[in-house]
Ligand binder design. Sequence first.
Ligand SMILES: Cc1ncc(COP(=O)(O)O)c(C=O)c1O
Length: 377
Amino acid sequence: MLTHSLGRPTLCYIDHDALRWNFRQIRTAVGPEVKILSMVKANGYGHGAPAVARTLAAEGSDAFGVATIEEGIELRRHGIAAPILVLAGVYLEQLDLFFEHGLTPVVHDVDGLQRLDAEVSRRAATLPAHLKIDTGMGRIGFPSAEIDSWLPRLQKLRAINLEGVFSHFSQAESVEGEYTHKQLKIFQSVVRRLRSEGIAPSLVHLANSAATITLPAAYFSMVRPGLILYGVYPAPAMKKQICLRPVLSWKTRILQLKKVPAKTSISYGQTFITKRESLIATLPIGYADGYPRLLSNCGEALVGGKRAPVAGRVCMDLTMIDVTDIRGIQQGDAVVLLGHQRDEMISADEMAARANTISYEILTSIGARVPRIHHNF
Ligand SMILES: Cc1ncc(COP(=O)(O)O)c(C=O)c1O
């Protein structure tokens, strides 16, 4: 049952037993020798990064991955002591913060690396960093094809200690394709070449969730799963390979229940007109909470253990559902937007498919004004 203790009943529930379970499945899959860097960027994929990281640290997560230095500092402030890799850019203005909080930057281009090296050496300090190689993602990273031009520069570093080297797969939903194998081969040859030239970082990592499930050849010394920690599969076929439990559920309660005659317009723009006398429930949730506006007239929510369609446009703070066909509904009844209710369930994948996006975006878009309630924490 939901509790109303927080007032507005639009809440996310985070099940830490499910999180522990998922982490253990990953540990079993990769074995005891391979380190696990848990991706907790974007507020732990929307689940609440500090709480998620605390549970995972207690389970033995060897390191954590965040996108921004602010995300790393937040983890440190909540007592996370394990190494934290800041993946999406180093800004020299923030260099002091890397030292102050013991965070590890990612270096991804020659000029940036040289500026960082010069600045760290000016302070008579040393700083560990991970070297990002672009093996085909086409995002940040030292281009693998240009290794002859950048490798000699790595050999001249004075203050940066390259403790890690890594790359990222372009295919997040499957690793069976030729492209993934091509990226793996390129990465292997870059690592070999670095070693042969005397650069041998101890942490070598490539595997995202999909590769953690299906491609042991991509494990090296560490894996970097995100999505599967939260119990969401990169692709449905992977359900056969690993058993995960969804960590997050998203719930609310009916704010107002209204019987309306046929031909009544619901929400902005008259996109939904009742065809019969209808029972319309208004929910205190909208796109400002991260409930996608693309679910207008195509989303579904669970109420009374049944599916009810979204009626009309999703508004900023409110959304209507048509509960005409569900018996015994009352104002204040529990509504599930994501998760189980009796025998029904709406997954992040289902919501994503209806909103023409991916589960990652659904989870990371859940707004700051939706309290996260941590269970089994
Ligand atoms: C560099 C990097 N590594 C690992 C991950 C984790 O990916 P996944 O959530 O598919 O496991 C991400 C996610 O976007 C990433 O950007």
